[in-house]
Design a protein around this ligand. Sequence first.
Ligand SMILES: C[S@@+](CC[C@H](N)C(=O)[O-])C[C@H]1O[C@@H](n2cnc3c(N)ncnc32)[C@H](O)[C@@H]1O
Length: 283
Amino acid sequence: MLKGKPFVKWAGGKRQIIDKLKKYAPDEFDTYFEPFVGGGAFLFELSPRKAVINDFNQELMNVYNVLCDEDKFKKMCKVLNSYEKQHSEEFYYEIRNKDRNKKSFSKLSDYTRAARTIYLNKACFNGLYRVNSKNEFNVPFGKKTKVNTYEGDNLITVSNYLTMNDVKILCCDFATVVKDAKKGDFIYFDPPYDSDTSTFNSYTEDGFGKDEQKRLAKVFKDLDSLGCYVMLSNHNTHLVNELYKGYNIHVIEAKRNINANAKGRGKVEEVIITNYINNEDIK
Ligand SMILES: C[S@@+](CC[C@H](N)C(=O)[O-])C[C@H]1O[C@@H](n2cnc3c(N)ncnc32)[C@H](O)[C@@H]1O
C-alpha cells in the first residue's frame, strides 16, 4: 500500500526521526492514538487500520475532516487549483487576511477553509503556523513564485487512507482524547517541545509550558497503569528526564529547521520514551 506523507509542513514534524520512532514502536497493538498529530508523519507511516487523531489546532483538524469526505475533498481540490493559478504576493495576503473579519470567515465552507490552510502553509514563510493574540494567521509571504499544493498524488493518498480506514478525528485537549484508551492500545504523544533555555512553544494561541508538560506526564502514567503502550517524544531536557524517570528513555539526535531563534537550528538531542520494551530493545 502506498503511504501518505504530511500534507503540511509543521513545526516539530517527525519525518526526520521516523525510522527511530518505528524502531521503538510496539510490535503489535489495537487502536492507535495520536493526541498531538500535527502534520501526521508517524500516523501516515504506520497507517493503522484503527486510529484516533487529534490536535488543538482547529484549522488543521478541519483539513483532516475534509480529506475524510469524498465530496468535500473534490470541492477543496477545485479551490486549490484556482488558488495555485492566482498565486502571487498580493493574492497570498488576500487569502491570509480572510480571518480578519470573523463574521465572514465563519461563513466560509469547511472545504474553502481547508484549501486556505493548505495554500497558506505552502505559500507562507518557511511553512510556519503562527497566529497573533486575536487568532489571526500572521506569517509573511514566503516569496515562492509557484506553489504545489498537492505534492504529486500525496493529497489523494492521504485522503484514501483516511476514508478507507477507521480514523476518528478530534479537536480537543490531549487528556480528553485518551479517555477511552484501553489495555493493548498504543498512544504516541508528540507534545510541543520543552526547553531548558527558551520558552518558544507557541504553536497555537495557548502556549504549552512546564505545567502542561507535568499534566501530560500524569496522563502518561495513568495510561501506563491501564496497560496501554505509551510512547512520547520531546527534547532531552532536565524536566523531561525528571518527569519520566523509571521509564525507558532513548536519546537520539535530530536535525531541526523550525526554531524561533536561528542560533538554535542544527542538531539537538531528543528523547523517545516508552513504558514497554520491544524486540528492538532486546536485540
Ligand atoms: C510537536 S507538534 C506535533 C508535530 C507532529 N507530530 C508532526 O509530525 O507534525 C505539537 C502539536 O500539539 C498541538 N497542541 C498544543 N497544545 C495542545 C493540547 N493541549 N492538546 C492537543 N494538542 C495540542 C499543537 O497544535 C501542535 O500541532
